[in-house]
Design a protein around this ligand. Structure first.
Ligand SMILES: Cc1cc2nc3c(=O)[nH]c(=O)nc-3n(C[C@H](O)[C@H](O)[C@H](O)COP(=O)(O)OP(=O)(O)OC[C@H]3O[C@@H](n4cnc5c(N)ncnc54)[C@H](O)[C@@H]3O)c2cc1C
Ligand code: FES
Length: 276
């Protein structure tokens, strides 16, 4: 059982939870994730380790279905049944020169931990954060404190640049040399944004988020096609070279269980509604 130290809504339907998990906190590195189960019969859900302080880890997630709603509903005096981690390969932290970190939506959750490590490796770090609207923008102050430069954009123009993060990235790479780029967000956002760096041959990483079950390379649920080969995102990733990822197959696979997920969410909502 893992005690929740803090649980707060930081944007519409986006929760920040701090959990005491000493063995994970001791071993975690940027780019890695955990798999949680909210209760004994719960499904296993992967979530990125967003920050580590002492013996606690932070996860930030959007309420999209049954488990993320159930997780958000656990009070600060409550517990998470199981947490497995840290899982996956850490991001490739090294000195590159100038690096850009592009976070979209709840994908921004991963960016401060990564930015801090890249900064410690003496890179010049430029952050680019994009959200649909100002109310969904998270961790802006935290990123502003870490990055040498921070650019903000919103799809509806309610804060910063009016448009997509890819435009901000294009402007940056056309203005100065950028030696490596990380893009973390929804699959379609990673697909479109990574096109900006392809022609210029800039090393670009994306953090893939296929459906996962065991997180240890055994079940095959998270298989992706990378450079024409089958890879398991949970053990071979989740970071991959963006220019070799087959994003279209990944998006198809993410939708495979859509009907069942909806059914399970509706059943959960009905059961919750029956509680006194
Ligand atoms: C390595 C990894 C790290 C992740 N980190 C985060 C994070 O830090 N914060 C966060 O909010 N989410 C993260 N996700 C996505 C998160 O795991 C899903 O949102 C979650 O599994 C949904 O569970 P659910 O039961 O609430 O919804 P479900 O009912 O299972 O799904 C609801 C909707 O979410 C989509 N979905 C389901 N699983 C995934 C998935 N793995 N990735 C993307 N969409 C999915 C479904 O297609 C469906 O449309 C991560 C995924 C991976 C693989
Ligand atoms: S989640 Fe089972 S192989 Fe990756």
């Amino acid at each position: 059982m893992y005690p929740i130290m803090k649980n707060q809504e930081i944007a519409e339907d986006v929760h920040e939870i701090w959990v005491k998990a000493p063995h994970i906190a001791r071993n975690a590195q940027p780019g890695q994730f955990v798999i949680i189960r909210t209760n004994e019969t719960g499904e296993r859900v992967p979530l990125t380790i967003s920050r580590v302080v002492g013996s606690t880890i932070r996860i930030i997630f959007m309420k999209v279905g049954k488990t993320t709603h159930a997780l958000a509903a656990i009070p600060e005096t409550g517990y998470i049944e199981d947490i497995v981690g840290p899982l996956g390969k850490p991001s490739e932290i090294a000195y590159y020169g100038t690096v850009a970190i592009v976070g979209g939506g709840v994908g921004i959750a991963s960016t401060p931990y990564l930015a801090k490590a890249l900064k410690a490796a003496e890179n010049r770090v430029v952050g680019i954060l994009g959200a649909r609207t100002a109310g969904l923008l998270i961790l802006e102050n935290e990123m502003a404190d870490i990055c040498d430069e921070l650019h903000i954009g919103t799809d509806d123009g309610s804060k910063g640049y009016h448009g997509f993060a890819v435009d901000l990235l294009r402007t940056l790479i056309n203005t100065e040399p950028v030696h490596a780029v990380w893009i973390i967000g929804q699959t379609i956002m990673m697909k479109v944004t990574s096109e900006a760096t392809r022609e210029m041959g800039i090393k670009t990483f994306v953090s893939l988020n296929p459906i996962m079950v065991d997180g240890t390379g055994m079940c095959g649920a998270c298989r992706c096609t990378v450079d024409g080969k089958t890879k398991f995102a949970c053990v071979d990733g989740p970071d991959f070279d963006a220019h070799t990822v087959d994003f279209d197959t990944l998006m198809q696979r993410q939708q495979m269980y859509h009907e069942l997920e909806l059914e399970s969410f509706e059943a959960w909502k009905a059961a919750e509604g029956e509680k006194p």
